[in-house]
Write a protein that binds this ligand. Structure first.
Ligand code: PA5
Length: 438
């Protein structure tokens, strides 16, 4: 993965370096968290990718529950409990679900997050038509063990399973904090349970059992994701800004935020990474969107993360981005190579666009992306660039780890608690009150 910003971030290098250097004590702290290898610190999610114990537990359970790959994995969870899994699944498979009727290489993953009645009714019908219970694994994830949507959806799915295959609790895996109410009931019922370290919050949990179990069950090489994340972690705790993309990226976002750019548009020239963008949207939104800083001052801090897709969204919001308010710092994300090839014929039937005959689709996309970058530069719109080697497990592992550490640095610069989300609780409490009828 390359991170490119020189000349395009529109900030003096000295300013970026000085800001990055302010973080050096925190860089040392992260290194000490890695050295300890425990889950005591708020930042301890950075120990997940090298935790071989977690992967072993996940693989052992996968062998027990689904020694043969199931046709379907029904993944029930919301927010931090499913966005990372969806980001990876969609990058490889979800984006192509409508084109691959029969897919040998992986299970189809069905994500159940919100309580949408039509979707749930169709899901109940779908479960009612399954041939055998081994065709499906139900994976429910709730760190707290009490999120209304997740518990409601789990009940609907369990009732449908019970009707179709009475006594099918052996098809269920629950991932939750040890000791949560969900953990308690699951143990009493004898359901398979995985846990995640208490200090690891939902949005930092993709490399724990939360993401690893469903991805393994569906056939994705999670070891490759973890290995790449470990290598990226090493880069992202380097005290040398020139070697540390997370440090520099956080410094750039922070400096532009201070200059009034309070939107970070993540512009993916890889539509299959839209869900990865949404994973990042949660990571940034919940980590730094805070009303109070660490000194107790009311600050209402936050950078609004948006997700755009190239080239699709150039035809919807390109005008706004280039001509509208100067309130954005953009991160372009693309890949250096594609593992696939789609080429135009040498002889065109509609020769209406110059010089495209015989070209690969990726060459056209590259030309568009280069054109966009030139337009941004001419309009004095700052941007950075993340170039993945290609879209594979390693690239996704690198990106996830890069962004999680970047967010820790950004939270530190903004002097907020990166790891809590007190305002998410507000709606959860009100919802439960309304459902109780009080
Ligand atoms: O990151 C977060 O904390 C939230 O988005 C949670 O992941 C989300 O609310 C779901 O919570 P839980 O996993 O406890 O069901």
């Amino acid at each position: 993965m390359k991170f490119i910003y020189t000349d395009t971030a529109l900030l003096p290098e000295t300013m970026i370096t000085a800001t990055a250097q302010k973080l050096l004590p925190y860089v040392s702290h992260l290194q000490s968290v890695i050295d300890a290898g425990t889950y005591d610190a708020a930042e301890s999610s950075i120990n997940l990718p090298s935790d071989t114990g977690i992967l072993k537990k996940v693989k052992d359970l996968k062998e027990k529950v689904c020694p043969a790959r199931p046709k379907y994995v029904i993944n029930i969870g919301i927010g931090g409990s499913n966005l990372g899994t969806k980001a990876i699944y969609d990058a490889f498979f979800g984006a192509y679900d409508m084109l691959e009727e029969e897919r040998e290489s992986a299970s189809r993953m069905i994500f159940v997050d919100t309580c949408e009645e039509a979707f749930l009714a169709k899901l109940v019908t779908f479960i009612g038509k399954l041939q055998k219970k081994e065709d499906v694994v139900i994976n429910a994830i709730s760190k707290s063990g009490g999120t209304t949507e997740t518990i409601a959806n789990l009940e609907i799915v369990l009732a449908a399973m019970d009707k179709r295959f009475p006594g099918s609790l052996d098809r269920i895996v629950i991932t939750t904090d040890e000791g949560s109410a969900l953990w308690d009931i699951a143990h009493k019922k004898g359901v398979y349970v995985l846990t995640l370290p208490k200090q690891v919050g939902g949005r930092f949990s993709v490399l724990s059992a939360v993401g690893l179990f469903p991805l393994e069950a569906c056939g994705i090489n999670t070891a490759a994701i973890l290995e790449a994340a470990v290598a990226m972690r090493t880069r992202c705790v380097s005290p040398d800004p020139a070697q540390n993309p997370a440090l520099v990226s956080a410094a750039i976002l922070y400096l532009h935020y201070r200059n009034g750019k309070n939107i970070n548009d993540n512009f993916f020239f890889l539509p299959q990474l839209e869900s990865l963008g949404k994973w990042y949207r949660q990571l940034m939104g919940e980590s730094i969107g805070k009303d109070t800083d660490l000194d107790g001052r009311k600050v209402h801090t936050g950078i609004t993360p948006t997700v755009s897709l190239g080239s699709t969204d150039l035809h919807s919001v390109g005008q706004l981005y280039l001509g509208g308010p100067r309130d954005k710092i953009t991160t372009f994300v693309s890949a250096a190579t594609s593992r696939y090839e789609a080429r135009l014929p040498e002889t065109l039937q509609f020769p209406l666009v110059d010089l495209i005959a015989g070209k690969r689709a990726s060459q056209i996309m590259d030309a568009i992306k280069e054109g966009v970058k030139i337009a941004y530069t001419k309009q004095q719109q700052p941007f950075t660039e993340v170039i993945l080697d290609t879209v594979d497990e390693a690239a996704l592992g690198e990106f996830l780890q890069f962004k999680m550490i970047e967010m820790m640095y950004l939270g530190k610069l903004l002097n907020v608690n990166t790891f809590d989300q007190p305002h998410v609780e507000l709606y959860k409490v009100e919802t439960k009150r309304i459902l109780r009828g009080v």
